[in-house]
Structures are given as C-alpha cells and as structure tokens.
Ligand binder design. Structure first.
Ligand code: PAF
Length: 279
C-alpha cells in the first residue's frame, strides 16, 4: 500500500494507473476507521481496479465550538486496517498540504445544505464540499464511495457533482450498525456505556417508524412526532427529526419509497445522527 502525503504524489500515482488503463475509486474518510468505513472500501473494490482511501480530519467542516481537537485519530491502526483490506493507496495530507497558506475560495451549496444538520452546523457542508472536490481533483477518481449514514452529505455531494459537472460517479453504501443497532460512527467512542444504552433509542424509534409505515401509516407528521417523543425521553437534546425526499431533502406530504426519515440528537455531549430510507 502506497502512502501519499502530497496531492502531487497522489495525482501522479492515479495518472499512472489511468495510463495503464486502470480505473480508480476513492473512499474519503476522516480516519479512526470502523467496520462502516471498511464496508465502503469493500464496495469500492468492486467498482474500480484501484482503491484510494483518504484519511484527513478536515478542519474546515468543524464549527468553532465543535470537536475538531478531540476528534479521535489513530493513523497507525488505520493504515494497518487498510493494508489488510488490500487498499492500493492511502492519502493522508497535513492541513497545510491540503489547503495551502492562503486559500480564500470555498464551495457553498445554497439549498440542501441549509436544512437538517446544516441548520445547526452552518459552515459544515461548505467545508465538506470544498475538501471533497479537492480530494476528487487530487485523486482523479472515476468513482467515489460515501456512506448512507450521512444521508444529507451524500445528497449534497451528489448535487455538487451534478451542478458543477464533476467527472466522478458517486456510489452510496449501506449504513452499518453495531450488533445492538447503534449506527457505526467514530464519535461512538465518546459515549459512556450508559450513554451508549440510551443512544439505542435512535435506531429503535426509526425501526418503529418503519414498521408503522409498513403497516400502512403514511402520515409524516405522525411519524415525526412519534420519533420526537421517543428521543425526548432518551436524549439530552434533539436537533431535528424530519421526513424528507432522500434526493431533494424536501419535506414529503406522504411517506413513501425514497422517503428519508432522519434525525440528529445529543446523548450527553455527543451529537449522533441516524436515518432510514423507506423502501
Ligand atoms: O464523511 C466524512 O467522514 C467526511 O465528511 C468526509 C466526506 C471525509 C469529508 O471530510
């Protein structure tokens, strides 16, 4: 597995692969890898001949009072996991290498990024889009794989690719859960055992909403209210619960296929997100 620390070395490697007629898939991550990330890598391997994983805790997507400094990092462990998965290259730049000294341009999406998490984390998606576009440019990837756990991120990135004609194919990968149902996240490490137990309410509320939908109850207001009630009991703060179209993120009048039931809530000081896309 090659380790690239500069954009130039990654671009050169990718160009050499392309010259040899090989396709390249990119899996962008912020490291501290778990099974969810590894499932993205395994999917990426099915989509292209070569797989690059980026490991970069992107400072520009964290607000001033967010957890950039505490965000868990373990490069040695990450690289060992990626090597074991047969990844071809890892891209792990410093912030200085990624952004240079005087970056003054960032990418703002003006609709999908303003709702849900965007309403509570105003600079988050500009930071995500900017770094993701830079990763696409450096890696020259043909395909990029993102988890459906970050359903809004996936929708916003798809929109950027569509609106800016970015020559990359976006693949969404299924959300991966712990055995007890909690959606996998690097931030789960912040939870105490008691908080972890309380956090199970997130997926239980979504499971129940999906069961109600399957039983024929399609009123989004009723589902949202029921989830809110369950979260109010278990969580310390609920940022939002929504029933929206998974592509446009616009509220739906009736639950149906492609409705995204999504939520964000705090358990202790940890902000967690989870979602179900109704099928
Ligand atoms: O989903 C993440 O881990 C990050 O938002 C991403 C896409 C790697 C950009 O920093």
């Amino acid at each position: 597995m090659k380790v690239c620390r500069t954009k130039k070395s990654l671009s050169a490697l990718s160009a050499a692969w392309h010259r040899a007629g090989e396709t390249v898939a990119l899996v962008p991550t912020m490291g501290f890898l778990h099974e969810g990330h590894l499932s993205l890598v395994r999917l990426a391997k099915k989509k292209a001949r070569r797989v690059v994983v980026s490991v970069f805790v992107n400072p520009t997507q964290f607000g001033p009072n967010e957890d950039f400094a505490q965000y868990p990092r373990d490069e040695r462990r990450d690289f060992a996991l990626l090597r074991a998965e047969g990844v071809d290259a890892v891209f792990a730049p410093t912030p200085e290498e990624m952004y240079g000294a005087e970056a003054t341009v960032s990418l703002v999406e003006s609709k999908l990024s303003k709702v849900m998490c965007g309403a509570f984390r105003p600079i988050h998606f500009a930071g995500v889009l900017t770094v993701v576009l830079k990763l696409f440019n450096a890696s020259r990837a043909d395909v990029a794989v993102f988890g459906r756990k970050d359903a809004q991120q996936l929708a916003v990135i798809r929109r950027m690719v569509r609106d800016l004609d970015v020559p990359v194919r976006i693949v969404g990968a299924p959300l991966v859960r712990e055995k007890d149902g909690l959606a996998l996240s690097s931030r789960n490490t912040y939870l105490s055992p008691a908080e972890h137990e309380r956090a199970l309410a997130l997926h239980e509320a979504l499971d129940e909403a999906e069961a109600d939908y399957k039983a024929g109850r399609t009123d989004p207001r009723r589902s949202v209210a029921k989830i809110e009630k369950a979260l109010a009991k278990a969580c310390d703060r609920v940022d939002y619960v929504v029933a929206v179209d998974a592509d446009t993120l616009e509220p739906v009048k009736k639950l149906g296929p492609n409705t995204l039931l999504a939520l964000a809530a705090y358990v202790g000081k940890t902000r967690l997100i989870d979602n179900h896309v109704l099928r």
